[in-house]
Design a protein around this ligand. Structure first.
Ligand code: ZN
Length: 334
């Protein structure tokens, strides 16, 4: 039972990587301020700050090629050395691109994220390569063969999904998982070229190890996956995620002196509105699910009944259902 549960979780993580990774069609570069940029559509949103003494990068994208795109973009803006790469958490769509960066840069994360990379990412990589990706691709191919209407939207979508997964898998096999070499427990201040960055770890929120990066001089925060702007979030329950702690963390972030928010996924915003919206999403979901749990509803019944129309444009249904499952487990297993 447990074994199957782990397999299902891994498959979900693979889907998750592909789902958020397939934003890679247009890697939009956005200027946040002087010598300060964000990049989206490469997996988790990336940011980089060019200072007198070198460049600091936040997260590295969902693949080796995403990492290379980030590097090329930085090189078009400056020839200053890249000094630090801050890795916010262990999910593939934030760390697989690290392999593209020069070996002499310092890769920073929380202690817990480093532990997650060694214990979860590294171990899953071997099994994913040997068995899970090939099986997953085979199953999709069998499903495609059995589809009768070759002109249907579903057929085309599945065909495209197979192609993207095969391309991703090919590169994934050749990508090294890089472990951070500088770690910190709760928070770390980084001073470089007159800029001050506060890296703050919020335990057991999106994952057990996630950190945000506050650019003090710029009144800007990179929240990593504590914010999914106008899309369904992912609560990594098995990786230590918890929606109650997540809300608490967001309440703390909201009190910070912030003009610009770079979310983990979705658009950059020049206000704190997306923080409030993320809090509201979780509070609404928790309240509704609590009501169902009180009535002894099964998780399947909650999934079929709970239909929050205000979030109908937030993305794929399975992510919404995953949120319901995670919050349900929080209620029944605590
Ligand atoms: Zn994540």
């Amino acid at each position: 039972m447990i074994r199957w549960f782990i397999i299902l979780c891994t498959i979900f993580l693979m889907l998750y990587t592909i789902s958020y990774g397939d934003e890679s069609k247009n890697s939009d570069l956005e200027k946040i301020g002087k010598d300060f940029y964000s990049m989206k559509n490469l997996g988790g949103n990336v940011a980089f700050l060019i200072t007198e003494d070198g460049v600091v990068v936040i997260d590295a994208g969902t693949s080796l090629s995403a990492g290379k795109k980030i590097l090329n973009t930085i090189r078009k803006k400056t020839d200053k050395p890249i000094r630090y790469l801050i890795v916010t958490h262990y999910h593939n769509d934030h760390i697989l691109g690290v392999d593209a960066f020069p070996e002499d840069i310092s890769v920073i994360s929380s202690e817990k994220t480093k532990e997650n990379i060694s214990n979860i990412t590294m171990k899953q990589r071997k099994i994913n390569i040997e068995r899970r990706y090939p099986e997953y691709i085979d199953n999709m191919k069998k499903k495609l063969e059995n589809m009768e209407d070759k002109d249907s939207k579903e057929y085309k979508e599945l065909k495209n999904q197979i192609k993207e997964t095969e391309e991703f898998f090919k590169e994934y096999k050749n990508t090294k998982i890089v472990e951070p070499d500088i770690t910190f427990k709760d928070r770390k201040t980084l001073e470089i070229g007159g800029e001050v960055l506060e890296i703050i770890h919020f335990p057991n929120t999106h994952t057990s190890g996630i950190s945000i990066v506050y650019f003090k001089n710029r009144k800007t925060v990179h929240t990593s996956d504590l914010i999914f702007n106008k899309m369904f979030p992912y609560i990594d329950y098995e990786g230590g995620g918890n929606s109650t702690n997540w809300i608490d963390a967001l309440e703390k972030i909201k009190k910070m002196d912030i003009d610009i928010v770079i979310p983990g996924h979705g658009n950059v915003e020049n206000s704190k509105k997306c923080i409030s919206k993320q809090i509201e999403y979780f509070k609404t979901m928790k309240k509704k699910i609590q009501n169902y749990v009180d009535k002894d509803y099964s998780v399947e019944k909650i999934k079929s009944e709970l239909n929050l129309l205000q979030y109908k444009d937030y993305g794929k249904k399975r992510l919404y259902e995953q949120n319901i499952e995670a919050i349900y487990k929080e209620f029944v297993q605590n």
